[in-house]
Design a protein around this ligand. Structure first.
Ligand code: PLP
Length: 434
């Protein structure tokens, strides 16, 4: 206990100041089982953020643990990608098939950042240009390329990137001139803007658009239906590639489709993935058109990308998701919670919006007096849910959104329990603010 009390001081002394910690009194998690985790002080929580969407099918899943233990027992923890790795090939075959991308090939990395870096490398190499399109309010990672296509001031700050990036409208409906437009009108305005950007701000040669189907760090905000398809039509005219960042939206989490972009009726040239695939073990990657992947003539490897331990975990996790049709469960549990929150929000002036799809949903909070985004109320809601035994995530462009992404295995009882805690916490915070 005393050791836990000093851990925060030791963390602050030796870790970067910008490494974000949740809660005024940050938690050290020491155990997990199913949808629940336990902290060093013995408190147990229902976890509606599962790491950051990483423990996608819950904690300590026997199928994943046993697959990893079987691999550990062989002694082959790592041999490098210079050798044939059976688990890696099997995983690539599954992801290529699920992607719907014709003649797809897969390259494995250790994170979402590296996956995006690889996709940007493929696109800029194939098109021989450093010009890239990205979306406002996006988050794609921390490296030079990924931070370049990130448009979220809280995360990007003044970071330098060598890419030449032009940011497009999509999920950002905050500007007054956009607020009263119908979705169809907004899509038309966005497409006109894209054409204008291409004609006036670029040299006419652009490598790719990178976009999240639902923006994760951006607060689970989404472009309206029809926007990505309309963008793709313009991009196709000029041979510009479309990269869908599925780091948060992959594996059926949105309930609608297996990858988020598939709900928009378009097939991207590349998709990037990470987070939930290894159910906590580090693995990410890119699935892309084979010609695009093979165009990069470099002799390459990723020392740890797709290593035997991570691929054992990932194969077991992906099989579990498919065998138990967890996409359908995400749709079902998500609908219960989102509808419940929307219903409660009608009586809660602090809630500006409840949004999301499947088991990826968020509550955006505003000051009830001014209607302005309120980071303080989001922080208060996080503390209130924690006190009641529920862990959630924060985010949003103004830090005023509380995000939730429970495990895809969430049961009816856990969905009801989490919803009850959320409503109770919202009511308490609302009462204090009004
Ligand atoms: N892309 C998206 C959409 C993300 O949400 C994240 C992380 O939050 C990343 C990329 C970066 O992934 P990682 O933290 O694994 O490098």
């Amino acid at each position: 206990m005393a050791e836990h009390a000093t851990l925060l001081q030791r963390h602050r002394a030796v870790m970067p100041g910008w490494l974000a910690l949740n809660y005024s009194n940050p938690i050290e998690l020491v155990a997990g089982k199913g949808s629940r985790v336990t902290d060093a002080e013995g408190n147990t929580y229902l976890d509606f953020f599962v790491g950051i969407l990483t423990n996608m099918i819950g904690y300590d899943v026997p199928e994943v643990r046993e697959a990893v233990e079987r691999q550990l027992a062989t002694g082959v923890v790592h041999t490098s990608t210079a050798y044939l790795l059976r688990g890696q090939v099997e995983l690539a075959e599954k992801i290529a098939r699920l992607s719907g991308i014709p003649d797809a090939k897969v390259f494995f990395t250790n994170s979402g950042t590296e996956a995006n870096e690889t996709a940007l490398l493929l696109a800029t190499y194939a098109r021989r240009t450093d010009q890239v399109l990205a979306m406002r309010q996006s988050y794609h990672g921390r490296s030079f390329g990924a931070i370049g296509v990130t448009s979220n001031r809280a995360w990007k700050n003044n970071s330098y990137s060598p890419l030449n990036v032009h940011f497009l409208h999509g999920a950002d409906r905050h500007l007054p001139q956009f607020r009263n437009l119908t979705d169809a009108e907004y899509v038309d305005v966005c497409v006109e803007d894209l054409r204008h950007v291409l004609a006036t701000a670029t040299g006419g040669d652009v490598a790719a658009l990178i976009a999240e189907p639902i923006q994760g760090v951006g607060g689970f905000t989404a472009a309206p239906d029809g926007l990505f398809a309309a963008y793709k039509e313009v991009l196709d005219e000029q041979g510009i590639l479309f990269i869908s960042d599925e780091v948060q939206t992959g594996w059926g989490r949105t309930g609608e489709t297996f990858f988020g972009i598939q709900a928009h009726g378009i097939t991207p040239d590349a998709m990037t993935f990470a987070k939930g695939l290894g159910n906590g073990f580090a693995i990410g990657g890119v699935v892309a058109r084979g010609d695009l992947m093979d165009a990069l003539h470099a002799v390459g490897l990723a020392t740890f990308g797709g290593n035997p331990i991570s691929t054992a975990a990932a194969n077991a996790t992906l099989d579990y998701v498919l065998d138990h049709d967890l996409q359908a469960n995400a749709a079902k549990q998500g609908a219960t919670i989102i509808n419940g929150l929307r219903d409660a929000a009608t009586r809660l002036p602090i809630v500006r919006q409840v949004r999301g799809k499947g088991l990826m949903f968020a509550v955006e909070l505003v000051d009830p007096g001014t209607g302005e985004p309120s980071t303080a109320l989001a922080a208060a809601l996080m503390e209130a849910t924690r006190e009641r035994g529920l862990l959630v995530g924060k985010g949003g462009l103004y830090g005023n959104t509380v995000r939730m992404a429970p495990p895809l295995t969430l049961s009816d009882a856990e969905a009801a329990e989490g919803l009850g805690i959320l409503i109770d916490s919202l009511e308490t915070v609302n009462e204090a603010a009004t």
